[in-house]
Design a protein around this ligand. Sequence first.
Ligand code: TYD
Ligand code: MG
Length: 498
Amino acid sequence: MQRYDVFLECANVFAFFFGKRLAIQKLALPLRKISYKHKQMAAKTKTAFVCTQCGNDSPKWLGKCPVCGEWNTYVEEVISKSTPDNIVPAMSNFDTFHSKPILLQEIETDAEVRMDMNDLELNRVLGGGLVPGSLVLIGGEPGIGKSTLVLQTVLKLPQYKTLYVSGEESAKQLKLRAERLNTSSENCFIVCETNLEKIFTHINNVKPDLVIVDSIQTVFTDRAESSPGSITQVRECSAGLLKFAKETGTPTLLIGHINKDGNIAGPKVLEHIVDTVLQFEGDQHYMYRILRNIKNRFGSTSELGIYEMRQDGLREVNNPSELLLTQNHEGLSGVAIAAAIEGVRPFLIETQGLVSTAAYGVPQRSATGFDIRRMNMLLAVLEKRAGFKLGQKDVFLNIAGGLRVNDPAMDLSVISAVLSSSLDVTIERETCVCGEVGLSGEIRPINRIEQRILEAEKLGFKRIIIPQNNLKGFDIKRLQIQIKAVKKVEEAFRELFG
Ligand code: TYD
Ligand code: MG
């Protein structure tokens, strides 16, 4: 009996403590929740990991982005949720339109008048001028001449009131550059400001017809707490500027940096936001610059503008062939002229090849302005189909002028230049070639043959070698230039080297 009492007593004590602990736990949980919430509210900053490629965010770091599939693209960013809704303040005196659904057939297209940029190359790349209300991004390596191009364009447009927002250079520096460019406009306002809200205030005061932001990576908004140039800032600021451009119909040009991989810095989202993406490229050691269209909501992306960087700014190159063929190579081996097309413009371009005996065991292959894998393929075709032993030779290839050409019709000029150097036989100065080379050594047809032939004829070439299949339905009688149609590389070599 006593034993049983003792046991009961123990059980009571146990139940008392156990119950109490449960009670304490039950109480502690909500208490902990409350204190966690309190801590969160008290914290000033909140961070998230953002993918630099697609802009997807995640609360924790990820090795591979689940959205775009890229590796190692997540960076930590400070974000703020408590942001006001409207980034663009109300603009007085601007014709802001209110959105209203409208039938497709009722939309008037001829009402859209493009802005003439007073620059043939830029107009061409934009697809016939700048569309009102469009947001254009110009990307390029530092020092390539983006600011020069934009300032020069703005100064050539005195009929439009422009606001140049500079976040990189002081007003004095811009003035010095303008003096160097030897042009001036009475309608160009300069402001050195990086705060987006203040920029909108200036825009509201000036009421420009065209806005330039140099560069989008230096601009920041108070809505986001991360530093300027970060993904959140770039995204927020460009979204704000897009909204402004669309609401007021003011075209806006943004200058963007590119990162070391050659992509425009900031997330891909930036490229999705804007209407047009232009890439300004070229070799810093050469004077030619190419303005390429990567994305265009208002025209084709195959257009391309060519400029020459001079002491007094950029000069439009309206006829690229003349510039690319200035040197006289009479009597030199290893030079072949190709009738190439970049965008929709034909031009004649020099391909230079050099073949020498490999000094070391492994032969070198080097290509400038041409895809090296494609060159290796062409060398293999030469070796297999035409019997030229290049296995123990160093081969160097160069496209003149620092241009990068992606036209497959360059193939024939590449193998001709390589062979000319290998045999040390000169190709006649007045002959040019075009044609794609297939794996079995056949010359495949290429596009826009007529344009290529006419360009060669215009520049005084006497003979052009073209693919046989391109001759179908083509009237050659009316042409002055002699046309040689070939089926295989061997035939082309016979024509060139006898
Ligand atoms: P810039 O427009 O500052 O390049 P980005 O804005 O793309 O960084 O161009 C700078 C380069 O251009 C610089 O190296 C000097 C050269 N340049 C000329 O050769 N001629 C000129 O008239 C000007 C204004 C610049
Ligand atoms: Mg610049």
